[in-house]
Write a new protein. Structure first.
Length: 304
């Protein structure tokens, strides 16, 4: 699917113009791939990299365009069971237009960063910058989910909450690798600033991006370390909850067994004391109650 945009009054606006300079391709079909590869001379491997979630970010200079691959967090879906994934995005920057290749439809030009776009090169940098904020937003969500899961683990013995925590930890590993790889890409953009024709303002923006990406990486690293270090403690909590439950069940069983033994002893089909006593039933019930009181007193003294 192809969507076109153009820059009007420093804002990215949807356009029906066939000559619009910003072309977004979502999961390009065979005809769209053929256009990119045969007519625009985009390298086939680079195009495949733009749709491959396992591909590393990179910057490549071709004879008539610049190819940029960067990582972004993928839109979360409930069927992923708290697994936050990453995806690749391809930017193919020509002299008078830019092709943006995605594997799924997303909202690209939202946020304050796109309220002042001066050129296609500026747009390219801001797309990479937007992915950093996208990671930060996902990290906040992961933190909230982690706190909620911790509360549930303290109250429940179900393994699914621990499995969810393991899944979140796995997501953070993906994020750490992607954010780190994006940092390498930002470094390459900074080194090749002159070759890219970046203005002084764009280079300063690139420096800010590098700082923000480093902060994002440290935040993801902190979250990952916290989850990893507390995983054993949370597993111990589940085991302790199970022990408390088993202890309670054992106490209940013993509490029922003692008076049951008293009543059963006087129910045997042999000669027993009190069998001819007119108040035998009341006496036996009283003995059963006394046995419960004695057992409860022993539990209390031993702090069971």
């Amino acid at each position: 699917m192809i969507t076109r945009y153009e820059i009007i009054n420093n804002r990215v606006t949807a356009s029906e113009n066939a000559d619009a300079p910003i072309i977004v391709m979502v999961d390009p079909d065979e005809a769209e791939r053929k256009l990119l590869i045969e007519q625009l001379k985009v390298d086939e491997h680079t195009l495949a990299s733009a749709l491959d979630p396992d591909e590393l970010p990179r910057l490549e200079f071709e004879p008539d365009h610049i190819a940029i691959i960067f990582k972004r967090p993928k839109n979360y879906s409930g069927r992923h069971q708290l697994l936050f994934k990453v995806a690749s995005t391809g930017l193919f920057l020509f002299k008078d237009r830019i092709y943006i290749v995605l594997d799924q439809e997303i909202t690209l030009f939202d946020g304050k960063v796109f309220q002042r776009v001066q050129s296609l090169t500026d747009l390219t940098l801001k797309l990479v910058s937007r992915s950093i904020y996208h990671y930060l937003e996902h990290l906040k969500i992961i933190t909230l989910i982690s706190d909620e899961l911790e509360k549930k683990i303290n109250q429940s013995m179900e393994n699914k909450y621990l499995i969810n925590l393991f899944t979140l930890e796995k997501s953070l590993v993906y994020y750490l690798n992607s954010i780190s790889a994006n940092g390498v890409l930002i470094g390459r953009l900074k080194i090749n600033a002159a070759k890219l024709g970046l203005s002084q303002e764009a280079q300063e923006f690139l420096d800010d991006m590098n700082i923000e990406n480093n902060q994002c990486f440290r935040m993801a690293e902190i979250h990952s370390n916290i989850l990893a270090s507390l995983m054993d403690a949370r597993a111990s909590i589940v085991g302790n909850n199970l022990n408390v439950l088993m202890k309670t069940l054992n106490l209940i069983t013993i509490g029922i067994m003692v008076p049951t033994f008293v009543v059963s002893a006087f129910s045997m089909n042999v000669g027993i004391p009190l069998q001819g006593h007119p108040y035998a039933f009341e006496i036996i019930m009283a003995l059963a109650v006394v046995s419960v009181i004695i057992t409860a007193t022993i539990w209390k003294r031993k702090k069971w």
